[in-house]
Write a protein that binds this ligand. Structure first.
Ligand SMILES: [Zn+2]
Length: 444
């Protein structure tokens, strides 16, 4: 297959409106049925050699039996669903067009994470074409509801695999990228060894509903706002978890001159931590973050609310536990008369475990990156958001997070942005990356 043909297949994959919906909204499964049909047509070798199963109505689980059944299988994971996108002016090309222009392929999912689905299948197609037979069983798992928690997709696939007694040596999922950090003088490839935890708390103050013409001197809304301001002022302590400490250590010689501190240097990593926490992308990897996301008062401009509330979303770094977050918030909120409860106890996730760097898989990722981008620094790190891999962690020795895509100046903001797109070179490199990775891991 020529590169042009590979790009056409990827473009077509971007055209299916596989949008996942929040619970309660109608989940239109038709595009998932259609994309599954198209994949069968686009990747005939994969469908000849792999067993393919549909799970939860839209997720696809592929298995290619390895020659040596005594070896644990390894998994590559991606997801078919995307977040919604409005056709509109902000998109240089329509979000479900898959149009190629200006050296880029445009469309919702072009980074997150149809690039993974398409490039992983393309890599398998290419190597099967050349007579590839793996020693180790290869599993591809493509969820259909990652953006809304993965309960019907990834979680179900894990159940099926666990029922079969499958234990994975590793999973490679999204959650590490080629970052252009604002404090660094060059791009780095960051392999996510862990992902942060997730917790949303509801902060509510109780008062009396009154007419706005006769307010009390202290309202519940006033107390709630003071509490939110205090929360922002009293951030969680910045601290280093293993992967971030290693990342800062490995990149301390790559600081932009403009960001270096003049004060006498402390331990380099401590100094690095103070430098990078000024940027949201740096702050997110050195502390449990506090994000006020929803604030609700009354429904009318002349009604004082009886029970204003706010939702605050926390992302915990490895080492911080949801109970500590709850206690910290209560210690600030309760003296101000603000109640704190968990918004949804089903959506509390502790930080993931930390994957080992001393494995064949980690070395295979490093080598595959060097093949496509010779000389780029490859460093460990953590992913500040959540992925389907939190489900797979339960049946895998190690979970690695990496997609060989340049995020550019927008950083992680590029993922759900208007104008989501990927450079042609990045997509074709991703195919080469997965090819090298699969070849390498399947034979050890
Ligand atoms: Zn994603």
């Amino acid at each position: 297959m020529t590169n042009r043909q590979k790009l056409e297949v990827f473009s077509e994959i971007l055209r299916y409106r596989t949008v996942s919906r929040q619970p309660g909204e109608v989940f239109d499964m038709e595009p998932f049925v259609q994309i599954a049909d198209y994949l069968r047509e686009a990747f005939p070798q994969v469908h000849r050699h792999f067993k393919r199963e549909t799970v939860g109505g839209g997720s696809l689980l592929f298995t290619l039996q390895g020659a040596d059944r005594s070896l644990k299988p390894f998994m590559l994971s991606a997801h078919l669903d995307v977040v919604p996108a409005q056709d509109g002016e902000m998109w240089p090309e329509p979000p479900f067009s898959g149009n190629i222009s200006g050296g880029r392929i445009w469309g919702r999912g072009s980074i997150d994470y149809k690039a993974g689905v398409s490039a992983m299948l393309q890599a398998c197609e290419d190597i099967l074409d050349r007579g590839f037979v793996p020693e180790r069983t290869v599993i591809l798992a493509f969820g259909h509801d990652e953006e809304v928690g993965g309960d019907d997709g990834a979680a179900e696939m894990v159940k099926i695999l666990a029922d079969r007694g499958v234990s994975l040596t590793s999973v490679l999922d999204e959650g590490g990228y080629i970052y252009s950090y604002p404090w660094m003088d060059r791009d780095v490839a960051v392999i996510g060894l862990a992902e942060k935890g997730y917790l949303t708390l509801r902060l509510a103050a109780r008062g009396v509903q009154r007419h706005a013409s006769v307010p009390e001197l202290n309202t519940a809304a006033g107390r709630l706002c003071r509490c939110l301001a205090e929360l922002e002022k009293n951030q969680f302590t910045a601290k280093l978890c293993g992967p971030v400490e290693m990342m800062l250590d490995a990149t301390s010689g790559m600081l932009r001159e403009s960001v270096m501190l003049n004060e006498p240097a402390a331990a380099p990593v401590e100094e690095m931590m103070r430098i990078i926490e000024k940027w949201p992308s740096g702050n997110a990897i050195v502390r449990t973050t506090t994000a006020i996301t929803m604030i609700r008062g009354s429904s009318k401009e002349n009604i004082i609310p009886a029970e204003p509330y706010a939702l605050v979303n926390f992302r915990a770094i490895p080492g911080d536990h949801s109970l500590e977050i709850l206690n910290h918030v209560r210690s600030i909120a309760e003296p101000l008369g603000v109640d704190v409860t968990c918004e949804d106890t089903n959506q509390i996730h502790e930080p993931s475990g930390i994957a080992s760097m001393d494995t064949a898989e980690y070395r295979a990722i490093q080598r595959a990156v060097q093949e496509i981008l010779p000389g780029i620094p490859v460093v460990p790190g953590i992913f500040p958001a959540a992925t389907d891999s939190r489900h797979y962690g339960g049946i895998a020795d190690n979970v690695y997070r990496f997609e060989p895509v340049h995020l550019g100046e927008d950083g992680l903001g590029a993922l759900h942005s208007e104008g989501e797109s990927i450079a042609i070179e990045d997509y074709l490199n991703a195919v080469s990356f997965y090819t090298a990775y699969i070849r390498s891991v399947s034979t050890v």
